[in-house]
Design a protein around this ligand. Structure first.
Ligand SMILES: Cc1ncc(COP(=O)(O)O)c(C=O)c1O
Length: 399
């Protein structure tokens, strides 16, 4: 079963039907390039949905994982895991003063954050009535019941109610709503510093500062979901650095392990003390193997200057997208994004463009219905960006 058609038809028969998958199966990768099982080449501007920050087939990551696997893969959190502690130290040193809990995905990191915030208000602060959550319209925080409860898009929630709550959804970027609706009865606020899945929306200048101010004023726990914006994606390690705001809790996943499943929730000392022995756990969370990948990513970000490279490549890509958007009007409406989290906004459904681009060897994804998302590995070169722009431009000319 090695050719693409055989894999696709077996997949249709054997897997649950919850994904809208393209009829392609990848076999190997190198840098920003993937090859499918029929040997076809693709330039990858998806990086496994903003995950593979070091690109594909990084030999150093493979070596680090091989060495770790041959020594020790898993022990559980019955015992201390040295790699886990070293990774927590690295994440704190990146600019978040606090402590870490490790899990296996973004959803789980958000789930942990919501549980921590509730326990902090209800138990540590002895305010059992303080349970209301505030989240934002058009947000995406994941698919478990807790993370889905604060996801402000009907299409993900349909058919799964009643969910965790109560949750109040505010318009993203609305300072007046923040001032009026976050009160001393609010437990926590969860927000993406840039809404990614919803269509790459940046908050208006000063909005996150105002949100921070209001949360401090009312004693509300401020959670930043940096599952997509974190680990250098927007040109700084944490997206919040650019805003000059530090949340009480921050969640990470995606890029953290360069492709190996790992998530993290970091909390400041004050809120973090709500987790005591037995209050939360994960069997696999922070295991030696996954945290070895995290450590390798941390070290490589510095060794290769990937934050700086992301800022440069991001500016280059944003500029190219802006020019293309102007050239292809009225089919396109413009560019949005920061660093290597970039979107090209179309005047209609982006799916046919993504399909046609894939047929021409360029991998892209759709967010918010009409936005083409480009989230390449942070090692992407200008020549690769030029190639992506050229293919996308010609597809826009045709579709
Ligand atoms: C901002 C944000 N939060 C949470 C998630 C869920 O992460 P995961 O799919 O790793 O559970 C995602 C995934 O796209 C995300 O973009």
């Amino acid at each position: 079963m090695s050719d693409v058609n055989a894999i696709v038809s077996a997949g249709k028969r054997l897997l649950l039907n919850n994904y809208r998958q393209a009829p392609v199966a990848m076999s190997r990768g190198e840098g920003c390039v993937l090859w499918d099982t029929d040997g076809r080449r693709y330039l990858d501007m998806t990086a496994g949905i903003a995950v593979c920050v070091l690109g594909h087939g990084d030999p150093g990551l493979a070596r680090a994982l091989g060495e770790q696997a041959s020594r020790l893969i898993h022990t559980s959190n019955l015992y201390y895991v040295e790699n886990q502690i070293r990774l927590a130290d690295a994440l704190v040193r990146r600019g978040f003063p606090g402590r870490a809990f490790f899990c296996n995905s973004g959803t789980e990191a958000n789930e942990a954050a919501l549980k921590l915030a509730r326990r902090y208000q209800v138990t540590t602060q002895s305010r059992p009535e303080r349970i209301e959550l505030v989240a934002f319209e058009n947000s995406f925080h994941g698919r478990t019941v807790g993370a889905l409860s604060v996801t402000g898009q009907a299409k993900y929630r349909e058919g799964f109610g009643p969910l965790f709550g109560p949750v109040r959804f505010l318009p993203f970027g609305d300072v007046e709503a923040v001032r009026a609706q976050i009160t001393t009865r609010t437990c926590a606020v969860i927000i993406e510093p840039i809404q990614a899945e919803g269509g790459i929306f940046l908050p208006p200048a000063g909005f996150l500062q105002e949100l921070r101010r209001r949360c401090t004023e009312t004693g509300t726990v401020l959670i930043f979901d940096e599952v997509q914006t974190g680990v250098g994606r927007t040109g700084t390690f944490y997206g919040f650095e650019k805003e000059g705001v530090i949340p009480d809790v921050v969640t990470l996943a995606k890029g953290l392990g360069g492709g190996v499943p790992i998530g993290a929730m970091l909390a400041n000392e004050e809120v973090g003390r709500a987790f005591e022995p037995g209050t939360h756990a994960s069997t696999f969370g922070g295991n030696p193997f996954a945290t070895a990948s995290g450590l390798y990513v941390q070290e490589t970000i510095d060794r290769m200057g990937l934050l700086e490279r992301c800022r440069e490549a991001g500016a280059y890509l944003a500029n190219a997208l802006t020019r293309m958007a102007e050239r292809r009007r009225p089919r396109t409406r413009g560019q949005r994004g920061r660093g290597l989290l970039q979107g090209l906004v179309l005047d209609g459904d982006a799916a046919p463009v993504v399909t046609r681009a894939r047929e021409r060897g360029l991998l892209l994804s759709v967010v918010g219905g009409n936005v083409i998302r480009l989230v390449p590995p942070l090692i992407v070169s200008k020549a690769e960006i030029d190639e992506a722009i050229q293919v996308l431009d010609s597809v826009l000319g045709d579709v």
